[in-house]
Design a protein around this ligand. Structure first.
Ligand code: AMP
Ligand code: MG
Length: 405
């Protein structure tokens, strides 16, 4: 039996980043950048008006005296809408009527908001003095030419998509999604749409693991339920050959019908570890077959999900080339006492009870690994080190966000 951190390190070192592919910008959401993206030009490419008003030389707007009702009068050379280049520079005592987003004419260094002016014919009265730089956006203020806009390994979300668009990328280099095959095992398991006979239960793990795979950024492939028989398992294993990751649930304990481990070895999977000093999820198996990573997760739904988050998700993130593979950890203050049996690192399902300046968490009151409701009601795992028996309310604990926040 090995420790959680050692097991995690073994998984991470076996999970290598996959090759890059190019996708249209519209399909980049949720993908991971495969290389650094630099700005090919200044963004924005020119200095521009940040307000509707008048482009001026700031010095021309200095009011003659302390009289607040005073104004200076400037000659208006013309109109400048967004998308048009200014034709002439402005001279002393001159202004151009300018719209938000239009390039600043030469010699102009500020914009007077239209609200501070009064137009009459070819002149405008400016009632408020502006400082140089006021109400303008400078060329390159977002990004300078050649500056790194986004680093490789970045998860692409809406803001990153906007940045890629601003940098002019119609296609985006992303890492290939790892193909992740899911097999549920068990003679007693039936699919939600199948007829259930006495003694059988619904397949919760298959769909839950598929959903976890999607959430992690993998491309999942569902291979159905294998029966607790050699031929049934071998058939499914053969169909999983082309996937980067294979995840099975059930059949990895020490019962008479727990065939998964032996069957995986027969199929050419080299075992890396079996059994980790954790709760839930102790019987978890990890092995490799060529470049394929194979995880045998325990059958209890909570154990299957927690071990996916602890081991499979980081492997997916490593294959995606994500910076700092998860799980996303943090700290929170306990809202209720915890008492556990020491000996294994425990991952208690917990809810965030206070989301203010200090995060407070409370463990769900039923931590048995067959109780899937604890996962539904929880957002975090509270990490209790192996040598700890009791943690009092008010103490700080390490938490892991199950939704990867
Ligand atoms: P096992 O690890 O195969 O011994 O299974 C442990 C427990 O989890 C048993 O009570 C199984 O019935 C249950 N179980 C196994 N696979 C699933 C599944 N796919 N969905 C729901 N429960 C399962
Ligand atoms: Mg079983």
């Amino acid at each position: 039996m090995i420790e959680y951190q050692d097991a995690r390190a073994l998984v991470l070192s076996a999970a290598k980043a996959l090759a890059a592919e190019s996708v249209p910008l519209a399909h980049a959401q949720g993908r991971t950048l495969a290389r650094d993206v630099r700005a090919r030009e200044d963004i924005p490419p020119f200095s521009k008006a940040a307000m509707d008003g008048y482009a001026v030389r700031a010095a021309d707007t200095r009011l003659p005296g302390p009289d607040v009702s005073g104004a200076v009068e400037l000659e208006v050379l013309g109109d400048l809408p967004a998308g048009r280049m200014p034709r002439t520079a402005i001279g002393p005592g001159q202004a151009v009527r300018i719209m938000t987003g239009a390039p600043l004419p030469k010699a102009a260094d500020a914009v007077v908001m239209v609200e501070d002016t009064e137009a009459s014919g070819r002149t405008v009265k400016v009632r408020r003095e502006v400082r140089p730089g006021e109400n303008i956006g400078l060329a390159g203020e977002d990004l300078k030419k050649n500056e790194i806009a986004l680093e490789r390994g970045t998860l692409i979300g809406p803001a990153e998509t906007g940045m890629l668009a601003a940098a002019g990328l119609a296609r985006v280099p992303v890492t290939r999604r790892p193909k992740l095959a899911v097999i549920a095992t068990g003679d007693e398991i039936v699919e939600p749409n199948e007829r259930k006979r006495p003694g059988q239960i619904r397949n919760a793990n298959g769909p839950a693991l598929m959903a976890l795979a999607v959430e992690a950024g993998a491309a999942p492939l569902y291979l159905g339920i294998a029966r607790d028989r050699t031929a049934s398992l071998a058939g499914k294993l053969a169909r999983a050959k082309a996937s980067d990751i294979l995840v099975l649930s059930g059949g990895v304990s020490v019962g008479d019908y727990d065939l998964v481990k032996d069957e995986l070895e027969t199929a050419g999977v080299r075992p890396v570890f079996w059994k980790v000093r954790i709760k839930p999820g102790k019987p978890v198996f990890f092995g490799v077959r060529g470049r394929q990573l194979v995880f045998g997760l325990p059958g209890n739904p909570t154990s299957a999900m927690v071990t996916f988050l602890l081991f499979v998700r980081p492997a997916v993130e490593n294959m995606l080339g994500r910076k700092g593979p998860g799980p996303a950890a943090g700290r929170a203050v306990l809202a209720a006492d915890i008492a556990v049996k020491p000996g294994r690192t425990q991952f208690l399902r917990g809810a965030i009870t206070e989301n203010g300046p200090v995060l407070k968490v409370a463990p769900y009151d039923d931590q048995r690994s067959g109780v899937l409701r604890s996962m539904v009601r929880s957002r975090v795992l509270i990490v209790v080190p192996a040598d700890v028996r009791h943690v009092e309310a008010g103490r700080e604990v390490e938490i892991i966000f199950m939704d990867g926040w």
